[in-house]
Design a protein around this ligand. Structure first.
Ligand SMILES: *Cc1c(COP(=O)(O)O)cnc(C)c1O
Length: 455
């Protein structure tokens, strides 16, 4: 779980950090190390009560361990504890954040976007929709039925009108339904999701951009999950064409704490036009004393924010530059191939029925059964049985209409079907496919034969 080099690297880097403060009169805050040691033992034991997120046999939700470099850089910065709200609170980490933003912007072909890190994708989307709503006051914001539920809630917070657009069988926003909304003349902003949270489907951005241009709507892309996949080389053609035109949208959200190897607390909002900075203008008499340079708090809704996140991201981007064909890109390819591999394996299995071929690295699959209620019940049993065998999956409720095209014999005796879902985010998942597939087969066999016996 813990690479032996990690603690040594942390110690060495901390010694260098401390050297920078040697001119000051010596001072170290007191603390009772023995009392702390006891509490920390309890902390370590309490933390056992988690799924083993770092392990490849955790193949459930969107949980990916941060890379060691991010973990160590984050830890180093805690001895300074910078606050990236203002330069007074974190000069070095604010500079690092601005450099990170430049590199993230370049990944989308933007030279001078306005942007900053946030606590996560929710805050980042809030800023995007806040600006969208200022530019098109009173108009609707539309997003996919499979978009993250945060969009509906954010619109509620903003007092903006919201409509969900239905999805096609492939999990993407239905383009005809988008056009029907646009034709009313009532839509200000389309939210396209590149990699929706449930299915990993990639909305068809080229078509959405064309419609938006025709009807004068703004396009915001929620790529909190999928935002790094443009670096991959193994995308299928349709997803590729969506990622290739990301540079033409108005704003993008990407979560470095999803596929960017970061610990939680690291989202990012980018606006193509720095001009929207005008909406953030405010007077804060207590914050901005130290310089006329840009303080990140001047272009952000959040105030205090962990400078540690910027330090960790900066270190990671130094080691793994955002380049096609680089290490990060190969890791993303591994995830794409792992998901396709598992999808194929499940397609060939007599126990499972996978849904759409994964566009990213998320595989959603029903358990074979005569009807929807039985498929749901079997999915829950496989979920529990797999956990006992140390394979950790996730479950997802889907409308029966989205499942039936892949499973035509399924009798629709319920509105929804519980499916299993595996997000194969870890670069190592591809090497563990046989192991994961083997456990799934065992579970499928056991659950099915239990049904036969009781039937
Ligand atoms: C995760 C996710 C969000 C929410 O982001 P948080 O970082 O969890 O706040 C929004 N949209 C999409 C597509 C996501 O995958």
């Amino acid at each position: 779980m813990i690479h032996p080099a990690e603690l040594k690297l942390l110690r060495t880097a901390l010694a260098t950090l401390a050297e920078g403060y040697e001119d000051l009169p010596p001072f170290t805050a007191d603390f009772d190390a023995e009392a702390a040691a006891q509490v920390l033992q309890r902390v370590a034991k309490r933390m056992h009560d988690n799924y083993p997120y770092y392990h490849p046999q955790y193949a459930g939700q969107m949980l990916k361990p941060p890379h060691a470099i991010a973990r160590i850089a984050y830890a180093i910065s805690l001895w300074v504890n910078p606050n990236n709200h203002a330069l007074d609170g974190g000069r070095a980490s604010s500079a690092m954040e601005k450099e990170c933003i430049v590199d993230l912007g370049r990944m989308y072909g933007w030279d001078s976007p306005l942007g900053h890190l946030t606590g996560g994708g929710t805050m980042a989307n809030l800023e995007a929709l806040w600006v969208a709503n200022k530019l098109h006051p009173g108009k609707k914001i539309i997003a996919s039925q499979q978009a993250h539920n945060t969009h509906r809630r954010i619109c509620d917070v903003l007092g903006a009108r919201f409509s969900a657009v239905s999805v096609a069988g492939n999990g993407r926003m239905d383009v005809a339904a988008i056009e029907a909304e646009l034709r009313t003349g009532d839509v200000g902003t389309i939210v396209a999701t590149l990699g929706n949270t449930g299915l990993g489907a990639v909305d068809s951005l080229p078509e959405i951009l064309e419609l938006a241009a025709h009807y004068g709507a703004r396009v915001h892309v929620d790529a909190a999950y999928g935002g790094y996949f443009g670096l991959a080389t193994e995308l299928a053609d349709e997803a590729r064409s969506s990622f290739d035109c990301l540079g033409q949208v108005d704003s993008i959200v990407v979560d470095p704490h999803k596929h960017g190897l970061q610990p939680y607390g690291c989202g990012c909002i980018l606006f193509r036009s720095a001009d929207v900075g005008r909406f953030y203008k405010h007077e804060s008499p207590y914050t901005y004393f130290s310089s006329a340079e840009l303080h990140l708090g001047e272009i952000s809704l959040e105030c205090s924010r962990a400078g540690a996140s910027a330090v960790a991201l900066w270190a990671t981007q130094q080691l793994f530059p955002l380049e096609k064909g680089g290490q990060l890109s190969q890791w993303l390819d591994n995830s794409l191939l792992a998901a396709r591999g598992l999808w194929q394996r499940l397609t060939d299995s007599e126990y499972y029925q996978p849904l759409m071929r994964p566009e990213l690295d998320i595989v959603v699959y029903a358990v074979n059964a005569p009807d929807a209620l039985e498929a749901s019940s079997r999915a829950r049993r496989v979920f529990e049985l797999a956990a006992k065998k140390d394979l950790h999956l996730a479950m997802m409720q889907l409308p029966v209409d989205l499942v039936r095209p892949y499973h035509p014999e399924l009798e629709a005796n319920s509105e929804t079907v519980t499916c299993l879902r595996s997000v194969l985010m870890k670069p190592e998942h591809i090497e563990w496919l046989e192991q994961i597939g083997g456990i799934l087969d065992d579970c499928g066999r056991e659950v099915t034969s239990a049904v036969r016996e009781s039937g």
